[in-house]
Design a protein. Structure first.
Length: 130
């Protein structure tokens, strides 16, 4: 019997590593918090928000949208631009036809990813609208 192993997207692996670093950042933030509010902030902030704040700094803008959102607004992605990968909303994961019971059973393999593009990476799709 031939078994095939699905290739893992290298960008997804980078996101997994980045998520682990952000998880460590959250832990350190909680540990070093000087007030209850600060501790609660670090406890409640999603990993994606920490990743996005890093992307905001890298890109110099906070205006990020998905490919389809830019398309709806009349823009296209510039040739050669690469999206910023983040985690998409959770989907129900199943193993052997049964849904996972707890988050402990879930890992990064069941989370979908999403690519976002910032305003500097797009251009009007119709030059007449410039």
């Amino acid at each position: 019997m031939v078994t095939s192993k699905k290739k893992v997207n290298p960008r997804r692996l980078e996101l997994i590593e980045l998520s682990e670093k952000m998880r460590e950042k959250k832990t350190l933030g909680k540990k070093n918090a000087e007030t209850l509010e600060e501790a609660l902030y670090w406890d409640r902030i999603p990993i994606n928000d920490l990743i996005m704040s890093m992307y905001y700094q890298q890109a110099g803008t906070k205006n990020f949208k998905s490919y389809s959102d830019w398309f709806i607004e009349g823009f296209k992605i510039k040739r050669g631009e690469k999206g910023f990968i983040i985690w998409a909303d959770k989907k129900e994961a199943k193993r052997n036809g049964k849904a996972f019971v707890s988050d402990k059973e879930m890992d990064f393999k069941v989370f979908p990813t999403c690519y976002l593009f910032n305003v500097k990476q797009v251009e009007p799709s119709n030059p007449l609208y410039q």
